[in-house]
Design a protein around this ligand. Structure first.
Ligand SMILES: [Zn+2]
Ligand SMILES: [Zn+2]
Ligand SMILES: [Zn+2]
Length: 242
């Protein structure tokens, strides 16, 4: 239901304080799931619109892009480390070729590091643009959960099905995907995951997230009734009810 924005503001002013009291009461009793269930119900009943789904779709994509770039940066850092080790131990028959590989890895890790910096700012702007209301509260409550992405069995199953580390017992998805201790990025595997690459036995180097064979594209920009895949993503990333 797409409501004119004035009507929406009135609804927010009149009903949202009541909703917030109900949600707060559920949380006070330790019933986090019930509070999220209420937020979802309130959002779907009164505030749902194509615009809000579009924003959330962009936010989920931006979060996945952070994970993708973090894995890409670590991948090229690992390439650098392996090249340097071969050079130090004098293991390479063709030193010029190895030096060229090292320079390429250094350039790409540095470029990806910069892209990641910009992408983190973009993500924060998108997050801040989610309007006041039950959807925003659900998102913030979900983010407060420790290991939120691991609590979704569906996300873990999806990662395993795509050949990610959730298929194995390595535990990579439980650890930060980058080495920046001030801004840790958590998420499931894409093609640049070093552990997945070593297990697979060959490199897959997609230019961007959209070209990654381990990524499933999502689109919440057009349809008011979103697909089953998008519904499950929403449930994993926002409501936390899977
Ligand atoms: Zn792993
Ligand atoms: Zn992996
Ligand atoms: Zn995983």
């Amino acid at each position: 239901m797409c409501l004119p924005s004035l009507f929406k503001h009135i609804l927010l002013a009149v009903f949202d304080p009541i909703f917030m009291r109900e949600e707060h009461e559920m949380e006070r009793r330790g019933n986090w799931r019930q509070a999220q269930f209420l937020r979802r119900k309130h959002h779907l009943d009164l505030f749902s619109s194509i615009q809000s789904w579009k924003r959330i779709g962009n936010l989920i994509l931006a979060q996945q892009r952070l994970v993708f770039l973090a894995q890409k940066e670590e991948f090229f850092r690992e390439c650098e480390g392996r090249c340097l080790m071969h050079l130090t131990l004098d293991l390479a028959p063709d030193k010029d070729c190895l030096m060229e590989k090292l320079r390429t890895a250094q350039r790409l890790s540095s470029e990806t590091h910069q892209k990641l910096w910009y992408e983190e700012r973009r993500y924060q702007k998108l997050r801040a643009s989610i309007p006041e209301g039950p959807l925003r509260r659900a998102l913030y409550a979900r983010e407060m959960q420790p290991d939120w992405h691991l609590s979704s069995k569906w996300l873990q199953g999806h990662c395993a099905a795509m050949g990610g580390c959730c298929r194995r017992s390595c535990g990579c998805c439980a650890k930060p995907r980058n080495s920046d201790i001030h801004s840790k990025i958590y998420g499931h595997c894409f093609s640049y995951c070093i552990c997945c690459t070593d297990t697979r036995g060959f490199d897959v180097r997609p230019k961007n997230l959209e070209n990654d064979p381990m990524h499933v594209s999502l689109d919440m920009s057009k349809a008011q009734i979103i697909g089953e895949y998008e519904e499950r993503l929403l449930n994993s990333y926002i409501w936390g009810l899977l």
